[in-house]
Ligand binder design. Structure first.
Ligand code: PMP
Length: 411
């Protein structure tokens, strides 16, 4: 079969939200690092589930429960194949990266981190990969250590061997930064962490969207990501973990579905993955996640990555023309993904975003849940444009034109 050419103009037609006018202008949606739009295939899967198959999973033996269970478990298999998990039982449904990270911090951390132990994270992390470790460190009397970043927002790894030592229990690092778009050399850190016997969790909230993830090749112990940033419904996410670790971990939450036998004083746990899925899960969300993965697989990650890279290069080149433009993050295209964090002269990022919004252009302004990164660069916030498979050069042109106007107003 001939490979079809990647065409974002054709892809755009799959996304109904992109077809509207905002303040009378076509929507240029450049806030993809926060969440993606959803293709019709995912919306149809949600409708079909609710219209025909809705029931609770696993517990029932009636027809609808059987269908709901099949849909829910088939989606787990699809997502497992997507990240090349050894088996789908290693794929735990969560409501997002945040929950996946908290799950490990509590269910693994409380049992394995003791007083005087160390947890290594980086300055580049999203708050959801900082705060759970601070909570854990405080509860267990452990110390949090940081990989620092340079003036391009890249990890400084020269002193990695002193940051890691025999007291390091956990290393929690992001694959791709949401604040700067930096693609981090995670493999190097994973290997070094394993040499001192530490367990590694990778925050893949952006990595799963913009790179081809192979959890076995990557070699981390856990990989956390969100469905809603990769075309799936909100409230969906995954914790992938190696079976050996998940097996010996305590449950995160207690309740229905996660037990084997309950007696008065104690209970035994269900097999993986159900041990970590207490209560009625987001069944429709999982089904939608499966449809999202089918959709992305059909297009192919190679085409998506190449397209995003080309758009990024084009945007960086055009934005450099704007007087007062200051772009944060790595200068080398190799080291960055589809995110551009910037400030423009004296314009407050909220004003930039407000002015662009009047032109139908959606960008984010704020600290991007990465206050340590903002502090590193001596700013309280930046504006951020982030791209995905359906963005086109015209979106970039309109962004540049809008920013030109901001520059004129504040210049
Ligand atoms: N880590 C990174 C790098 C992110 O970009 C995000 C989402 N902005 C998160 C963690 C948290 O993801 P969620 O809000 O889906 O739980």
């Amino acid at each position: 079969m001939m490979a079809t050419r990647f065409d974002p103009r054709v892809i755009r037609r799959d996304f109904p939200t992109l077809e509207q006018l905002i303040h009378g202008k076509p929507l240029a949606y450049l806030d993809n690092a926060a969440t993606s739009q959803k293709p019709q295939a995912v919306l149809d899967a949600l409708d079909a589930y609710y219209e025909h198959d809705n029931a609770n999973v696993h517990r029932g033996i009636h027809e609808l429960s059987r269908r709901a269970t099949i849909g829910y478990e088939e989606a787990r298999e699809k997502v497992g194949r997507w990240i090349n998990a050894k088996e789908s039982a290693e794929v735990i449904w969560t409501k997002g990266t945040t929950e996946s990270l908290n799950l490990v911090a509590m269910a693994w951390g409380l049992d394995h981190v003791a007083e005087g132990d160390e947890i290594l994270i980086s300055v580049l992390e999203h708050h959801s990969n900082i705060v759970p470790w601070q909570i854990l460190a405080r509860r267990r009397g452990a110390t949090l250590r940081y990989i620092e970043i340079d003036d391009e927002g890249r990890w400084i790894l020269e002193d990695l061997d002193t940051l890691l030592n025999e007291r390091t229990r956990m290393v929690a690092i992001s694959h791709v930064s949401n604040a700067l778009g930096t693609i981090n050399p995670v493999q190097r850190v994973i290997e070094a962490a394993h040499r001192v016997g530490a367990v590694v969790i990778v925050d893949g909230a952006q990595g799963a969207v913009h790179t081809k993830v192979d959890v076995q090749a990557l070699g981390a112990d856990f990989y956390a990501f969100s469905g809603h940033k990769m075309c799936a419904p909100t409230g969906t996410g995954v914790l992938w973990g190696k079976r050996e670790l998940l097996e010996e971990m305590s449950p995160y939450q207690g309740g229905g579905e996660m037990i084997n036998v309950v007696s008065r004083d104690e209970s035994t746990w269900a097999a993986l993955p159900h041990k970590f899925e207490a209560g009625t899960p987001n069944i429709a969300g999982a089904v939608g996640f499966g449809a999202a993965v089918d959709y992305l697989a059909d297009i192919g990650m190679d085409g998506i990555i190449a397209h995003e890279k080309a758009l990024l290069a084009y945007a960086l080149e055009r934005m450099a023309e704007i007087p007062g433009m200051n772009v944060y993050g790595p200068r080398s295209l190799e080291e960055r993904s589809a995110v551009i964090s910037f400030t423009l002269g004296d314009a407050h990022p909220h004003d930039i975003s407000t002015i662009l919004d009047t032109q139908g252009i959606a960008v984010r302004a704020g600290h991007h849940c990465a206050q340590l990164v903002m502090k590193h660069f001596g700013v309280s916030s930046t504006a951020r444009a982030s791209f995905y498979l359906y963005n086109i050069e015209e979106d970039v042109d309109r962004l540049v034109e809008g920013l030109g106007e901001v520059a004129r107003i504040f210049g």
